[in-house]
Design a protein. Structure first.
Length: 306
C-alpha cells in the first residue's frame, strides 16, 4: 500500500505499557512500511523521573518500522498540550496521521484498516475522524458493514486529516451555550449522556482534556466519526498507572479484537444508521440514578468551593 499515514505515539511514564504497545504495533502488517513519530513528555513530578527515563530508553531503541522519529520534551507539557502540539507538527508536514497513546493495544490489521479508511473517506467532509475502537455492542443480524457512523469520537486509536484538524477551535468559543440552551445540550448528548459532564469538568478546570474539545468541534460542525463494527484496539491502561484512566478491575467497554488479521473491505460511501447509533450510544446512557449521582457530586463540589 502506498501513501501510508504516519503513526504518532504519545508516551510518558509507563515503560511496561509502552513496550507492550510497541510490540503489538510492530506485528501490524504495515508497520515495516510506516514512519513512527514518538513524543515523550518530560516528568512533571520528581517521582516520575525514573519511569520517564526508562520509557525514553525504550523508544530510542525502537526497530521494526520504516523510520522512527523521537521527540523528547525538555519540560512537562501535560497530556493535552503534548498531544495537540505533536499532532499539529506531524499533520502539518504529512497531511494525515494515525494516533495512539501508550496504553492502546492494536490488532495486527489495525494499521491496514486505518489507512484504508483514511484513503477511502478523505473526500467525505461529513467525516471528522476514524476510530479504531468500538464498544462491545450487540450487532444486529442484518448489519453486514464493517463500519458505521456515530456522533461520538474516540481517542483510543484514531486518525484524521489536516483540513479537519485545522478546523479545531481549542478555545471552544461559545461553549457556555451547551449549558444554557436545551436544544444545543440535547445535540451535544447525541454522542453520549456523559459528554456534557466531561465538558463541564474541562471548562471549570477540573481536567485538562484535548479529546473533549475535539468532540466539541465534531458537534459544532455536525460531523461524524467512522467506527469499526468490531474493535481493532484495546485499552490496557485501566490499572491505576495512567494519569486519566484511573484503576478498574477491567477496562470499561472492553472490545472483542479482530485478531485474525482478515482484510476489511470498506464500503465506498457511508450513511448514518439510526439503529446502529442507538445501540452504540446505549453504552453511554445515563439512568436516573446516574444523573442524581452526578447532581449530588456537582452540589458537593459547589459547597466545597463556595
Amino acid at each position: 500500500m502506498t501513501d501510508l499515514a504516519p503513526i504518532i505515539l504519545f508516551v510518558y511514564n509507563r515503560p511496561k505499557h509502552t513496550e507492550t504497545v510497541l510490540n503489538a504495533l510492530k506485528k501490524n502488517t504495515l508497520a515495516a512500511e510506516s514512519t513512527l513519530y514518538v513524543f515523550s513528555d518530560a516528568a512533571k513530578k520528581e517521582k516520575d523521573f525514573e519511569n520517564v527515563n526508562n520509557v525514553r530508553k525504550i523508544i530510542n531503541e525502537i526497530s521494526g518500522f520504516k523510520e522512527v522519529i523521537v521527540t523528547e520534551a525538555e519540560t512537562n507539557l501535560g497530556c493535552a498540550n503534548s498531544v495537540i502540539s505533536g499532532i499539529t507538527k506531524v499533520i502539518n508536514e504529512q497531511g494525515k496521521a494515525i494516533i495512539i497513546e501508550d496504553d492502546i493495544l492494536t490488532a495486527p490489521n489495525f494499521l491496514e484498516f486505518m489507512n484504508d479508511a483514511l484513503n477511502k473517506y478523505e473526500s467525505d467532509k461529513q467525516i471528522f475522524s476514524i476510530s479504531g475502537y468500538n464498544v462491545p455492542m450487540q450487532i444486529p443480524g442484518n448489519w453486514k458493514s464493517p463500519v458505521f457512523l456515530t456522533y461520538r469520537y474516540s481517542s483510543w486509536g484514531w486518525a484524521t486529516w489536516i483540513d479537519r484538524w485545522k478546523e479545531a477551535d481549542w478555545d471552544v468559543l461559545g461553549w457556555q451555550k451547551i449549558f444554557t440552551d436545551k436544544t444545543k445540550n440535547k445535540l451535544f448528548r447525541r454522542g453520549g449522556d456523559d459528554l456534557p459532564y466531561i465538558f463541564k469538568a474541562q471548562m471549570n478546570g477540573t481536567i485538562n482534556s484535548w479529546a473533549i474539545r475535539w468532540y466539541y468541534n465534531n458537534y459544532s460542525k455536525n460531523r461524524f466519526t467512522v467506527f469499526p463494527t468490531y474493535s481493532f484496539v484495546e485499552n490496557i491502561g485501566f490499572d491505576g498507572s495512567g494519569i486519566h484512566c484511573g484503576k478498574a478491575s477491567k477496562a470499561p467497554n472492553k472490545p472483542v479484537i479482530a485478531q485474525n488479521g482478515d482484510k476489511i473491505t470498506l464500503p465506498d460511501t457511508l450513511e448514518f444508521n439510526e439503529e446502529m447509533n442507538k445501540l452504540f450510544i446505549s453504552r453511554y446512557k445515563y439512568t436516573f440514578k446516574d444523573k442524581l449521582r452526578r447532581f449530588l457530586k456537582e452540589l458537593l463540589r459547589y459547597k466545597i468551593n463556595k
